[in-house]
Design a protein around this ligand. Sequence first.
Ligand SMILES: Nc1ncnc2c1ncn2[C@@H]1O[C@H](COP(=O)(O)OP(=O)(O)O)[C@@H](O)[C@H]1O
Ligand SMILES: [Mg+2]
Length: 348
Amino acid sequence: MNDLASIAAAWGWHGAELAPLTGGLINATYAVRISDEPVAVLQRLHPVFGAEVNYDIEAVTARLIAQGVATPRLLRTRNNAAWVEHDGRIWRALSWEPGQAIAQVPGLEWAARGGELVARYHRALDGFGYRYRFVRAGVHDTVAHLSKLQQRCMLGAAAAGSADNDPIVTQAIELGHRIMALANWSFDLAAMPQRHIHGDLKISNLLFELNPVRGHCLVDLDTVGYGTLAFELGDAMRSWCNPHGEDAGRVTFDMPIFQAAMQAYFAAVGSAISYAADERQSVVHGLLRVCVELAARFCVDIFDDAYFGWDAARFASRRAHNLLRAQGQLALAQAVATSFDDAVAIVA
Ligand SMILES: Nc1ncnc2c1ncn2[C@@H]1O[C@H](COP(=O)(O)OP(=O)(O)O)[C@@H](O)[C@H]1O
Ligand SMILES: [Mg+2]
């Protein structure tokens, strides 16, 4: 029996077909099929997540089910363990859910149905008294990312002219200053209410039913926890409203997608959650903030020559790939800044 098969055996899946699923970026995911029927996904957690996150997923998914909202459930092993450790890595299983994952928003209908799905999730968790076991520190610490960027720009400028200086670093310094120039905000996001959030609502984490299109459920629940609506929906809209993706040279902020998603979201929340006017507006502030934050992170990665997965087929170097990503996020941030008032009018 190979390693994967022996891990699956902990759940009693002897002789199951275990096929890798593509589409995710963080966890290694395998579909578990028995007699050609998918029954579960088996996932190896990325090390940034602690094993205890599985208790949180179990609690959140139990609440969703109790509220009649579709979701994958955490499946315990035959020994009633919430996960299995193998070679120092954590493995867990979730029940299989039908539905189609998409990499980009194909049209306004999908944006609206996706907004409604997120609303159902938020409604079901509103008022849920639960203390999360696993809390990831430093998520969306925009200030920390920007001060890192400032420090790299200073060090880079000091090193300019030295023999081993990569010309891309000169471009990165210039880019870094343009990113920092966008970071002048007064809205206090930290003062907004803490809510139960999914934490990673990129479009590939929604499963859709087809004909007619309907949001079925959310997957990728490792980031569940408390957070603000601003970061939850801001981060979602960053992904949904840039239909060409992070690596595209062509970046747009698709206002009709934003409008379709946000109107459907707030309509489906209805009066079930009382969002004050400033909390609704905070979504647009959050959107701009996450774009600037991500541009800053990609720009820091240019200086540090860091990033786990650069595309060697398309780019001359890791730095060149990061430069394009940072430029793309800055362009998105600028597009959001330009449409800011229109976006606020939509959520208001
Ligand atoms: N419970 C599930 N049922 C069916 N498909 C799933 C399930 N969980 C994940 N998937 C599929 O596997 C992909 C990757 O899983 P995900 O949890 O999003 O991992 P990653 O963190 O790597 O993005 C998803 O985009 C989805 O297509
Ligand atoms: Mg995912």
